[in-house]
Design a protein around this ligand. Sequence first.
Ligand code: SF4
Length: 700
Amino acid sequence: MQNSEIKTTCSYCGVGCGILVTNDPKNGVIVKGDPDHPVNKGMLCSKGMNLHYVANDISDRILYPEMRWSRNQPLERVNWDKALERAAAVFSTIIKKHGPDSVGFYISGQCLTEEYYLVNKLVKGFLKTNNIDTNSRLCMSSAVAGYKKTFGEDSVPIAYEDIELADTFLITGANPAWCHPILFRRIEQHKANNPKVKIIVIDPRKTDSALNADLHLQIIPGTDIILYHALAKRIIEKGYTDQDFIKNHTENYQAYKALVGASSLEKASKLCGVSVNDIKLAADWIGKAKGFLSLWAMGLNQSAIGVDKNTALLNLSLLTGHVGKPGSGPFSLTGQPNAMGGREVGGMANLLAAHKELSNPIHRKEVADFWGVSDISEQPGLTATEMIEALNSGKMKAIWIICTNPLVSLPNSRAVEKALENAKFVVVQEISHRSDTVKYADLLLPAAGWLEKEGTMTNSERRISYLAKGINPPGEALSDVEIITRFAKKMNFSGFDYATTEEVYREYTSLTKNTTIDISFLNYNRLQNEGTFQWPVPDYGHPGTPRLFTDKKFYTPSQKAIFNIPTAIENTSEAPSSEFPFILTTGRIRDQWHTMTKTGKVSRLMTHISSPVLDMNAIDAYKAGIQSGDIVVVTSKNGTVRVKVKVSNTIRESVVFLPMHWGKQLDNDLNRTNNLTNILVDPVSKEPDFKYTTVAITKY
Ligand code: SF4
């Protein structure tokens, strides 16, 4: 590409903003928001508008394969053939000796759909293990399980255009003003145009999203379900329910009504730390809404009761009949750019491609036949944290990590370090030496990054975009599709003879035929020439499907949505104690992305917040004799962090907040937030409990 403009999509969050790219011989890559894109209409947030720095600066890039024969030797440059022959030899030997479940793959919500599909095919179809999981496990797996339990399938029903049609927003466990900025700009603009629009935010912190709200419920962490039930009780008592919808299109309402009817607003007020009047006001706004959107993200999902939190929130949409109609619906905010695409192709240890279920023998046979393999193991694979445990116990011997930095992003970093030290063989397929995980690689494979390869992604509203290749990858870096294809051939697997990435896409999309996510008629040509589409797209001329469930037919056996009763209403995380009296919650800051391997090298993005800071309530700080700027030691039963304090009134008493971005290599060991967090997971989604770790704080 030289000077001609190409259309692509931002590689950061799940909003999926359209970007126009030119490659100027003098200035390199130049980016700007695509004014014709339905998502962002030309806008970009700070991260997106600085993507050109990431593309132009290759100083940190891994340029050629490197390998070492033993841990006490340095990595040495090798050619691709030698690198992949070694990978094939080691994986074959380990599988032969210890069985297929002794190896695993850990991939990423930043992988493109074709890459995701191909790795899943390789692992589940050919290596004969389901040990493939993704960092989306840390992000959306509770939402996936919640949708399945309520609607029968993992189906986000809304379109972004519902923002401009809604009159009441409930933002809970999310800070879209920082983490999904362009969507939040749309909400702000809609509110500015329609001052009667109500925004309710539920969050223990007074975030920028909360500052823009009409009502902020500053909840005690972990009490979300109690609050949702109190809202439901008030909605039912005031007669705001949609009885026609409930009667004709839902199941299990009476049990739910009895459950929430037994709750008490006064008790909820005490447990949640929110006034009865505020609970009533929020319930009245939701109950009277003509268009009600609930938006949530990691604040709900990253919890030991994350799935129950999700279904309890979804129940509010069922109760008020706000599903499948304009301006209404549950709207999970995807963290990563292609977490949704990964879910579509079965990129998790318990899923199969095209929303088929690993637990379903008919589905396993369909996919096995499609791939031309004898069978797919019925044994669910190990999830992200389970793979770490399996490496530590010796059950798993080798791991292949693609496009993610678990040393910083997984909970309990010390356990992750030990796991990778304990592994017999670690492959790291990565773009940047800035990833902390690189130092554990026995085999380091240089991957192409954003703009250096083609493929597709799906954003939070099911919108599929084609991402064109604009520049060549540096050095000997290859696309992930090419790397996986070459490895499969070294393993002598048939079925990996793809001449182009488009052939991988065509194969996957043909598997979606006659499913609820049918895109078998959506080809590269349409995506390149007509733009983006929301699935399903079930025939050639089909314009895509902005909204699901408009016919009120759900994907459950009865075609009715289900009111789920939570197995746990109260939080099951470890409660604060005299030893660890504070609740640590973690999250993102406005200008950084994940573990900073990309955004951390853009100096402009470091000006907002340049180092990790612990947010601490002013009363807590006063009692402990701590002032803003003091260094404190934060300790949990897992480890320690040493960090500067910002004393503020924006966070609840007894709660502290740390950003999740900083890692060991980029600063120092004691900045890494996940030194503190637990490997406690939701029992259904297996998503970690990042939002609730009990800690002690002492002045350094
Ligand atoms: Fe990229 Fe998300 Fe920002 Fe859009 S909102 S520019 S997708 S980071």
